[in-house]
Design a protein around this ligand. Structure first.
Ligand code: ADP
Ligand code: TRP
Length: 321
């Protein structure tokens, strides 16, 4: 089974990215043919700062490796190091219906948030379809917000197959229901572009500042509260042991849950959860040559696979004369 997913290096990765996507990706290392890549070409739709993109790419690589991704047990690379993806994106775009693209809410959401309405931002899902189809992925683990993009990739693959003959595997989305959407400090979806994140590798005072800033309601401590509609509880749930979670749930329901104390407990839980990875990340970042070596080796591996699909596609559409 080929499992593939990518992540944008457009800002510090946060616990929503970790629980919504990265953790599942890493867990597939042992049981599948895993493809993980850093989508710098996609990030270019929102980041126009050379330094920020280049450093963000290396940081995202260090994040994955520190969190346990083993490059020898998967194919791990940076999207732009495999230029074949751009050729496939163009070919796919020639059969992507405009209506399909116009229905994508991610474009409208991003423009509403102030990202420039560029053509790249609009055609983002076609490049994403190319990412997936180029490697003939069977399953794509992503957060719920990417579901529509997956449907676009499937539609494009089906259209290609009916137009030019069976060529692409139709990819299945794999969306974890338990951690489908991790809320941010303000209760909206945690997202780099909403400025409401808890970055994975934050520690000390800056981490404390974030955790204490998780928005809660003004219900007095002794009153009963609904844990399932509480933003703090949703984040707590990701880190606490099942036993502790049950205790805190009962405090919510029966009265006695003090938000301030729960936040301090959460702070320690987050700190401990990522302690080992934090150390490893620092080691990787101290050796950027090593990081580049790992990524280039991964790109060579990915290019070999990409070349096989692209060769078939070129033949199918008549680009081989
Ligand atoms: P962001 O919204 O912070 O820019 P991305 O769009 O780069 O994050 O998402 C990277 C991956 O992480 C995607 O698979 C996405 O679905 C997942 N993801 C992002 N935010 C969350 C969240 N709050 N909860 C669950 N998954 C998320
Ligand atoms: N669009 C995805 C996101 O913002 C990132 C992405 C690009 C991706 N190409 C992909 C995810 C291919 C899975 C498969 O999160």
């Amino acid at each position: 089974m080929k499992i593939l997913s990518g992540i944008q290096p457009s800002g510090q990765l946060h616990i929503g990215n970790y629980f919504g996507a990265m953790k599942t990706m890493i867990s597939h290392m042992e049981d599948s043919d895993l493809y993980v890549f850093i989508v710098d070409l996609h990030a270019l739709t929102s980041v126009h700062d050379r330094q920020k993109l280049a450093i963000g790419t290396l940081e995202a690589a260090a994040d994955f490796l520190a969190l346990g991704l083993d490059p020898d047990k998967c194919t791990f690379w940076v999207q732009s190091d495999v230029p074949e993806v751009c050729e496939l994106a163009w070919i796919l775009s020639t059969l992507t219906p405009m209506g399909l693209m116009e229905r994508c809410h991610s474009y409208k959401d991003k423009v509403a948030k102030g990202i420039d309405a560029s053509h790249g931002l609009f055609s983002y899902p076609v490049l994403m379809a190319a990412d997936i189809l180029l490697y003939q992925a069977d399953r794509v683990p992503v957060g719920k917000d990417q579901k529509q993009h997956l449907e676009v990739a499937r539609d494009i693959a089906q259209k290609f197959n009916t137009t030019f003959g069976e060529t692409f595997v139709i990819p299945e989305p794999a969306i974890s229901e338990t951690t489908a959407i991790v809320p941010g400090l303000d209760g909206q979806k945690m997202s780099k572009s909403y400025g409401n994140t808890i970055p994975i590798f934050l520690e000390g005072k800056p981490l404390k500042k974030k955790v204490m800033a998780i928005e809660t309601d003004a219900t007095p401590v002794e009153d009963p509260k609904d844990p399932d509609s509480c933003n703090l509880f949703s984040i707590f749930k990701l880190f606490a042991s099942p036993e502790r979670l049950e205790e805190v749930r009962n405090l919510y329901l029966g009265g006695g849950a003090a938000y301030g104390y729960i936040k301090l407990e959460l702070l320690d839980l987050i700190s401990d959860y990522f302690a080992e990875a934090r150390k490893k990340k620092a080691e990787y970042l101290a050796d950027p040559a090593m990081l580049r070596f790992i990524l280039h080796k991964g790109a060579d591996k990915a290019r070999e696979k990409a070349a096989v699909t692209l060769d078939l596609v070129r033949e199918r559409v008549g680009l081989k004369y």
